[in-house]
Design a binder for this molecule. Structure first.
Ligand SMILES: [Zn+2]
Length: 221
């Protein structure tokens, strides 16, 4: 496994903050505010139809120095789709983002579930699959202090933390307030470990996919 710190210009070890299932007109701005307060940067894995519906949020994310990457067009597990359907999903999604000036490097498939063909499809489109190492399980509606306690003890240099700035299918909460509340404490914890929170570095992906495939598998994120 490569040293995650090598992919950045900083010598400080990085921990990546990632948000899935947005942009959301209510919650994405609040997440952005929380990140701004914490002076931290993150990666947003967006759902293409939402990006098309709320293009100003994509602009806000980019203007604040965060990264926009591709989650999906339809939020369906690849194991329930054919290869051609997944290819069509990416094509439509990449076109939507391209129109907004976004060319994704990373791809986090819905639920983190990969079909046998997913890696080949990623290669076909020049995308690097990236999952996560620490799931906050914020979609369950857990209180922020509980999530911080659970995830905070697992953090290490190179960790990729999964959160949600939107309400995706399967979410058991009606809002992302606890995620917003989590950001400040999480960033504080990351810095207390001598790390810096940030978006995914483009050299990180492959090794983390190998690591996380086995540990997360078909997790319900
Ligand atoms: Zn999702």
């Amino acid at each position: 496994m490569t040293d995650p710190g090598n992919g950045t210009t900083s010598e400080v070890p990085q921990i990546s903050l990632t948000f899935d299932d947005g942009p959301d007109p209510v919650w994405t701005p609040r997440v952005l505010e929380a990140l701004q307060r914490a002076e931290a940067q993150a990666t947003f894995f967006v759902v293409a139809p939402l990006a098309r519906q709320f293009p100003h949020l994509i602009c806000d994310i980019l203007r604040a120095g965060h990264r926009v990457e591709f989650h999906c067009t339809q939020h369906v597990q690849h194991t329930e789709r054919t290869r051609r359907e997944v290819e069509a999903d990416i094509l439509a999604g990449l076109w939507t983002l391209e129109v907004q000036g976004v060319r994704p490097h990373f791809w986090r498939p819905p639920w983190g579930v990969l079909a046998p063909f997913t890696a080949e499809v990623a290669d076909e489109f020049g995308l690097e699959i990236v999952l996560w190492t620490e799931g906050t399980r914020d979609w369950r509606g857990d209180p922020a202090p509980e999530m911080l306690r659970r995830v905070g003890s697992q953090l290490r240099p190179g960790s990729i933390v999964l959160m949600h700035d939107g309400i995706g299918p399967g979410a058991r909460r009606s809002g992302c307030g606890e995620t917003v509340a989590l950001v400040g404490g999480l960033v504080e914890r990351i810095r207390s470990l001598g790390c810096e929170p940030g978006p995914l570095a483009t050299t990180l992906g492959a090794s983390f996919v190998e690591d996380t495939l086995t540990s997360n598998g078909a997790s319900s994120e």
